[in-house]
Write a protein of this length. Sequence first.
Length: 326
Amino acid sequence: MTRALAPDALGPTICAGEILVELVASRPGAGFREVLDLTGPYPSGAPAIFIDQCARLGGQAAMIGAVGDDDFGAVNLDRLRQDGADLSGVAVDPDRPTGSAFVRYRPDGARDFVYNIAHSAAARFGWSDAVEALVRRAGHLHVMGTALSMQAARDVIVRAADIVLGRGGSLSVDPNLRKEIAHDAETEALFADLVDRAALCLPSGEELSRAAGIAMPEAAVAALHARGVGEVVLKRGAGGATLFLPGGIRHDAAAFAVPEVDPTGAGDCFGAAYLTCRRLGMAPKRALDYACAAGACNVAVRGPMEGAATRAELDAFIAGTPRRAS
């Protein structure tokens, strides 16, 4: 049976995982083996970026995670709260620092990351009365692949999935692979199980094949639909995006023509915009346009959460920005 996305009225979209600050090297190069100027701290963490964009668009959105009792934690909490996210599921850890990520772009546009997640507050949260209360009123659970590297997040996600789906909610998965984050056999099995319960899958590039377990793109999409995934949205960055619906229905959207300043977080904003628009009742093809616009707005500014946009801002952007030639 094909699974569908639950409406926003059922309850908020929730996401569990890392909340970080990000510091970005001011010039391209290979790694961090030299003295560099850095910009930041920027609020970050793929799940937090996702939830922030959901909230900015007017959808109900709530974060589950933890920050340290420090300035870096305040940077994140202030931004998420300002943009309308529900923080009832976010703990403040008095004993561990907020997680961090240092980012440097290589000349070819690839990125190097140095993370402090495992030994920070970001990885040290769990099930609590506050988290349970939030999950029991949630309408949708979004899962980021980065979060599956953390035992704390895995435990919360597994319990939350049963509760959210049990009350008629829905689930989405963004593989969101990072070469710096290892995934063991247990994590891979959990990832496959989550895909088997998802209504929406949001892969980028080769992640489509990983999600489906099949190399050829067309066959991979067909396999995901056969497993019950109702909507597959393939992100291609500057190459645009494609939405695949059951029955061979396909919608292609060209990317908007903007200068690429900082691509970190653009895919998270893309996915958040698509999901939120759909949960708010927008047709799939139109939601794809808003997703492309959200990704473009974010990629055009430095900082992974700095370009998260409101509905009015995306409307103006769509009306005034040309598309790239396909």
